[in-house]
Ligand binder design. Sequence first.
Ligand code: CA
Length: 229
Amino acid sequence: MNVLVVEDDVRITSFLVKGLKAEGYSTSVAYDGDVANEMVELAGADFDLVLLDIGLPGTDGRRVLEALRRKRPTVPVIILTARDDLESKIRGLDAGAADYVTKPFAFEELLARMRAALRNVDQASAQLLVVEDLRLDLLTKVAWRAGRRIELSVREWSLLEFFMRHPQQILSRAQILNHVWDLNFEPGSNVVDVYVGYLRRKLNRRDLQPMLQAVRGAGYRLLAPGPPA
Ligand code: CA
């Protein structure tokens, strides 16, 4: 179990690293936001949980959180905040942090919150579809792209679930129609194109790589674009 500690206060960092090691966790440390961002982007760097200070030199902790939600949507993040920074807490939770701990904190409390966050991941992974920065929670019926919630109609939801269960595959209009609509629409019906169009507009945000692609004469495909070149 590897924990990424992002914190510029050396005393807090060494206290955390020592304590976590004693509890059997391995740790990686980033003392500023830029290094944290690099580690988040690095494909080989693996961690199961992140402890994130918001007030950081270099890239701001909130930006690091955004990058985490985009690149590592299933890794829980616990925010470390100053005592009275209520705004940071609320914004952090809204941005997808699992929990927060107020400094100074009791180490036992932090451990308990870490265990709870990791338990939630175990439960959630069974009900979560993930393709790149796209997440679909099958239980709560909520979708996110790059940490931002996407509002979907029931039909759009079924359509997205179908695509996410078959990433990179070209799905024909007939396949989509059969799977998502159950009804025998006339072959000439453009209902698939209409709904894929709705979905594309919701997924393909201007600042992100397009994910839903039309394949001429064949159908549609959900791409997993990977990190930008
Ligand atoms: Ca700090």
